[in-house]
Every structure is written in C-alpha cells, then in structure tokens.
Write a protein that binds this ligand. Structure first.
Ligand SMILES: [Zn+2]
Ligand SMILES: [Zn+2]
Ligand SMILES: [Zn+2]
Length: 273
C-alpha cells in the first residue's frame, strides 16, 4: 500500500488565519513543510480518509484525480475532517463521466450527515455503510475495521485498521490515549504503518484524552510494542499538527527522530514494503 498525506494540520491549520502567534508568523515566512492544510490521507490513490476543507486544492496541488477514488472513510464529523459538501459535486448532473459509485463508511453521524447533503442521490453514484466499532468489512480489496477513538464527548469517533495483501495501516486519529477495547483489539495484530496525531505537542502528560501529546505518542508506541504490534520494519508517523504545539517542522522532526518516529507533511507519500 501507498499512503499520501493530503493534509497534516490540526483544526486551525498552520498558519491559523486568525492567529499571530510566533509559530504562525514563522510558518508564513518559511512556508514549505511548515504550511499545513487540514488532515486527510489517500491510500493507493483510491481510498480516501476524511475530506478536508481544502480538498479540491490538495488534489490539484498533488495532481490527484478524485474520480478514481472508490472508497471514503470518515473518522468523525468535526469540520476539519468532514467537508461533506464537496460530495455534492459527484451527484448526477454535476459530475460527469463517473463510472462507479463512491462507497462511504463511517459512524451514524457521518453517514447521516453525508446522506443529508445528497438529496435524491443515485446508487450509481453513492453507497453508504454505517459501521459498528470492531466489525470488519471489505471494500474494493481492502479489509477495514473501525476501532474506537477517545476523542469527542458525544460522538463514537473511529480510528481505522486497514489491511490489503498482507500489509496493514493503522490510522489512529483523531484520538487521545486509546480506549481499552481498542488496545485489546490491537493485541497481536502486526502493523506496518501507524499514523498518530500530536496535536498537543509536549505537555508533560503521557495519557492525554481527546488528542495526543508527544509524550502520549511515545507511550502509545511503547504500548503497541508490548502488544506485539510493531514488527521490525514497522513505522510510526505523526500528523494532525497544531501551531499550539509550538514546534516548527524541523524542530518536530528533531524531537521525533530521537524516538524513531517520522513526521508527516503535506504531499508526503510513503510506500509500505
Ligand atoms: Zn481534527
Ligand atoms: Zn498560531
Ligand atoms: Zn476532531
């Protein structure tokens, strides 16, 4: 599998347009990897996770074709991940020469939210699948399992365990320290690539709720190792990065290098082998 990071920022983006903190000011000057759009990834150019507010621009920037996307997984319905209005452009009469339906997976809020903006949709254009945590389904050659996150108070947010041809990706955010049921499910599962978030930067707490700090990321790595999830070639990468973490890209890379953890940036492609 190949994972392509369309966006790597937390909910404010970097820079946050409404912020003049030092981090945002420096990002405006340095640009490059310090400019981050909202978090979303695409796997093998055909399986999309979340739709960021900058979706169209992300695809244009990286020369990707949205008509090739076959499946869409939603982690949850916070607006930085759930720019569901974009889907209207795939409706009949709006998007042309589309030859397959887009299969959409998520929790009940996500599926209801998506259906709600697509009145009168046709089955040739969209299929909807409201998933139950820990129940695996198949989509276009991928086995996908929603695992519970520890994120919003009134929504069962999902992280995604994705398997194809013996390779596995665990897309583990948005989430704080995972709920015990998720740890239990992960026990003994080999993960080739784990994507975690580090929204809080360093904050002195290694068991954060809602989002992960870097200390929580390091502890999660240790817990995954204890559970036998990290074979030798396994990689961990952080995304969903916030200006409030206070670490510009190079500094974050320096800190994560010490822990053998990678840092995502907008446009990064990683192949698993
Ligand atoms: Zn988010
Ligand atoms: Zn800022
Ligand atoms: Zn969120």
């Amino acid at each position: 599998m190949k994972i392509h990071f369309l966006g790597t920022a937390a909910s404010e983006g970097i820079p946050n347009p409404f912020c003049s903190c030092e981090h945002c000011q420096q990002a405006r000057i340095y640009k490059g990897k310090d400019l981050r759009t909202h978090s979303s990834v695409i796997i093998d150019d055909e399986l999309l996770i979340d739709i960021a507010p900058e979706f169209s621009q992300q695809l244009l920037r990286d020369e990707l074709d949205a008509t090739k996307i076959k499946s869409l997984l939603f982690t949850h319905t916070h607006p930085d991940h759930f720019n569901v209005g974009e889907l209207f452009s795939r409706m009949e009469g709006y998007g042309f020469n589309i030859t397959h339906p887009l299969q959409i997976y998520g929790n009940d809020l996500a599926i209801n939210g998506a259906v709600g903006v697509l009145p009168g949709y046709s089955a040739e254009r969209f299929g909807f699948h409201c998933l139950i945590p820990f129940v695996t389904v198949e989509t276009c050659g991928y086995r996908i399992t929603p695992l519970l996150a520890n994120h919003a108070k009134w929504e069962l947010c999902y992280t995604w365990f994705i398997e194809k041809e013996g390779q596995t990706i665990f897309y583990g955010h948005d989430s704080g320290w995972f709920p015990e049921l998720t740890w239990q499910w992960l026990e003994g599962k080999k993960i080739d690539l784990t994507v975690l978030e580090c929204t809080y930067g360093f904050n002195g707490d290694n068991r954060t709720n809602n989002h992960m700090s870097l200390e929580t990321v390091f502890s999660a790595r240790d817990r995954l190792a204890e559970l036998g999830c990290l074979p030798k070639k396994s990689k961990i990468i952080v995304s969903h990065i916030s200006h409030s973490g206070g670490l510009l890209h190079d500094k974050l890379v320096e800190e994560c290098n010490k822990e053998n953890i990678l840092v995502a940036w907008d446009g990064l492609e990683l192949s698993i082998n």
